[in-house]
Design a protein around this ligand. Structure first.
Ligand code: SF4
Length: 184
């Protein structure tokens, strides 16, 4: 068995309660593992990654056009992105960020802020539903209803693709683990 294959027993997906550094480590190990990389990235997953990339662009565009981005950046470091939100992250979402070229942070940059919050905003390309779905009172007050609906509709597409992609990746990882057990 190749060394990368024999390491698979260490690669079960950390559960949601695991520490964020553990989740990041898992995602980076999988991302760098040639066996996983070669077997994980089939055409269906590649195409979902591209679809997700486009959906993220659309979501960011509509957030900017409708004024959400400027309202959020107005809050700066005291935004809703508080410490602890990172605990809600699924390790596979971090792996998907790596697949989209994101460099995951090594440490928290802003005291009291989410682990992924940087001085210039969120360091992730793909965020969890909790980040995309949340609007503070100020946004509800200041955004016209139809603009809010437009943002929710567009970002809903990103969330749907993220869910499908994440499930595909989990299934693939499970199957790869099963293959490893069978080959013993
Ligand atoms: S992941 Fe990004 S958007 Fe979500 S809470 Fe953290 S910094 Fe904010």
């Amino acid at each position: 068995m190749s060394p990368s294959k024999s390491n698979l027993k260490f690669k079960s997906i950390p559960d949601t309660n695991s520490n964020i550094l553990e989740k990041i480590k898992w995602a980076e190990d999988i991302f760098r593992n040639q066996y996983f990389k070669g077997n994980l990235l089939d055409n269906e997953i590649k195409s979902l990654v591209s679809e997700l990339d486009l959906a993220v662009n659309e979501c960011l565009k509509v957030m900017k056009e409708k004024g959400v981005t400027s309202l959020c950046s107005g809050c700066g470091e005291s935004s809703c992105c508080g410490e602890g939100i990172e605990d809600k992250f699924d390790a596979v979402t971090l792996l998907i960020n790596l697949l989209l070229g994101v460099k995951l942070p090594e440490r928290r940059e802003i005291e009291g802020g989410c682990f992924f919050l940087k001085r210039d905003g969120c360091s992730l390309r793909v965020r969890e539903v909790i980040c995309l779905n949340y609007f503070c009172e100020e946004i509800y007050k200041r955004l016209e209803f139809q603009n809010l609906i437009a943002v929710q509709k567009t970002c809903g597409k990103e969330m749907d693709i993220l869910f499908t992609l994440s499930e595909r990746i989990k299934k693939k990882i499970f199957n790869l683990g099963w293959m490893k057990n069978e080959s013993r």
